[in-house]
Design a protein around this ligand. Structure first.
Ligand SMILES: [Zn+2]
Length: 167
């Protein structure tokens, strides 16, 4: 049976974050020299290495755009979690699409929620996916042949057949 992750990370930088949380405040570090905001907590600025950081109060509101789950085992006593994987625009070349899709199918069968973002690339799976949402994403003519690209997010079915990849 899989253990649950510890409730919080502690140590340099992190302790200050939890102290503010206990007081009902969500704060992140802001560099006093360059203004860069760092998350997770750091001992010096990620951009300029300045060591004077101020815990800046935030509104506590936000929108989840993306998140990650560590591939490398972060805690030795816990299995690698693979809770949710979001991969964007991986199907524009056959070798990349085939290699990633084979790996993602295995992860989905192990119980992970695998989400694929795709703007209609040639090597996107023709079956074994469920469309969840569609967005108009701004791009540039240097990358695409248009300025707005309709892009959808799909869920990879855990029972996708091995041959259901790019055709
Ligand atoms: Zn800085």
């Amino acid at each position: 049976m899989r253990q649950r992750r510890p409730n919080r990370v502690t140590g340099p930088g992190h302790d200050g974050f939890w102290e503010y949380c206990a007081a009902g405040e969500l704060r992140i570090q802001r560099c006093d020299a360059c203004g860069h905001r760092s998350w997770p907590p750091v001992e010096s600025c990620e951009r300029c290495d300045h060591r004077q950081l101020t815990w800046q109060l935030t509104s506590g509101l936000g929108r989840v755009v993306s998140w990650c789950t560590f591939e490398r085992q972060y805690y030795p006593e816990l299995d690698v979690p693979w809770d949710t994987i979001l991969v964007g625009d991986m199907c524009y070349e056959r070798p990349l699409a085939e290699r990633l899709l084979g790996w993602l199918i295995v992860i989905a069968r192990d119980g992970a929620n695998v989400l694929l973002g795709d703007p209609g690339r040639s090597y996107f799976p023709k079956s074994g996916v469920t469309k969840l949402a569609t967005y108009n994403v701004q791009t540039t003519r240097e990358l695409e042949d248009r300025e707005i690209r309709e892009t959808s997010v799909y869920r990879l079915a855990p029972d996708i057949l091995p041959g259901a990849g790019p055709t």
